[in-house]
Ligand binder design. Structure first.
Ligand code: ZN
Length: 292
């Protein structure tokens, strides 16, 4: 890229993120319950096609297919001995499509384990797992990291510390407020934004969640608590519902999503996109709405 993501954000204007990875790969045939990371090895062309669809829709950056890319999650797919390789290859797939015209964010999701004392995972164990994943993402050549869908602030801190053991690239960090304005672990938007900015995240905010209007409340609370923070809103296309044929559907339309993207920008968001259920059509509508 001719400029870094931080240079881009220092100029006026809204950046458009991408849409969902998991739900769109499921539409392309990924069986429910199978780790999307399996397709990095088995169906790389499908992952490239998904990246391409978002870029054609107007995404300024795409997330790598590495939401479950820590050792702690990859072991469920039998890939725990290939953590660095899996993450590096995922970046290569994204970079092959962006080809220098859009940014690539190395995606980092939760470990799926509870930190002690609630669970077995130590803070240092979490930091090491995130550092190992970040090593692969850095080797692949990401422009920045995206720590997302977090519920526990200590796990966010562990992820930031893990990334910082191997890279100084910018970090985006978002939590999921799906419990009536709180995360599953009881974190409030104001506390989340203050902590994540203080720990050095360049862009902070919320992703996933239950409803578009709840996301608006979260972004407003974050902006009020930290007016100088660069904020990102990446909501689900509503909650998943089971259709008559047993498939999972998300009913929020691209137009509804675009309407809310505009509201997030009014509340202070500088980056908008979509999470679960958001297709390239949703991203295209968002891009049109916020870029004119
Ligand atoms: Zn989601």
């Amino acid at each position: 890229m001719p400029e870094t993501i931080l240079e881009r954000l220092s100029r006026p204007g809204v950046l458009v993120a991408d849409g969902a990875t998991g739900t769109n790969l499921q539409q392309m045939g990924l069986a429910r319950g199978v780790a999307p990371e399996m397709w990095i090895m088995e169906r790389p062309e499908a992952i490239r096609a998904l990246h391409r669809s978002f870029l054609e829709a107007g995404s300024d950056y795409v997330l790598t297919c590495t939401f479950g890319g820590t050792r702690l999650r990859l072991r469920h797919a039998g890939l725990e001995d290939r953590v660095v390789e899996v993450n590096r290859r995922a970046v290569e797939l994204a970079r092959a499509e962006t080809d220098g015209r859009a940014f690539v964010a190395g995606d980092i999701g939760p470990t799926g384990e509870l930190l002690d004392p609630l669970g077995e995972l130590s803070y240092e164990g979490a930091v090491e797992a995130f550092a190992e994943q970040a090593q692969g993402l850095a080797e692949g050549g990401v422009d920045m990291f995206s720590i997302e869908t977090m519920s526990d602030l200590r796990e966010v801190q562990a992820a930031i510390e893990g990334v910082r053991r191997v890279s100084n690239l910018p970090i985006f960090a978002t939590m999921t407020f799906d419990m009536g304005g709180f995360t599953m672990m009881g974190v409030k938007p104001a506390d989340a934004v203050n902590a994540m900015v203080d720990w050095g995240a360049a862009v902070v905010g919320a992703n996933c969640g239950r409803a578009l209007d709840e996301m608006e409340t979260v972004i407003a609370a974050m902006h009020a608590a930290r007016p100088d923070a660069l904020l990102i809103a990446k909501p689900n296309a509503g909650l998943p519902e089971i259709a008559d044929d047993d498939s999972i559907v998300y009913k929020v339309t691209p137009e509804e999503m675009a309407d809310y993207a505009r509201r997030y920008v009014r509340q202070g968001a500088r980056v908008v996109g979509g999470c679960c259920g958001s297709t390239a059509r949703h991203v295209a509508a968002i891009a049109k709405a916020v870029k004119g």
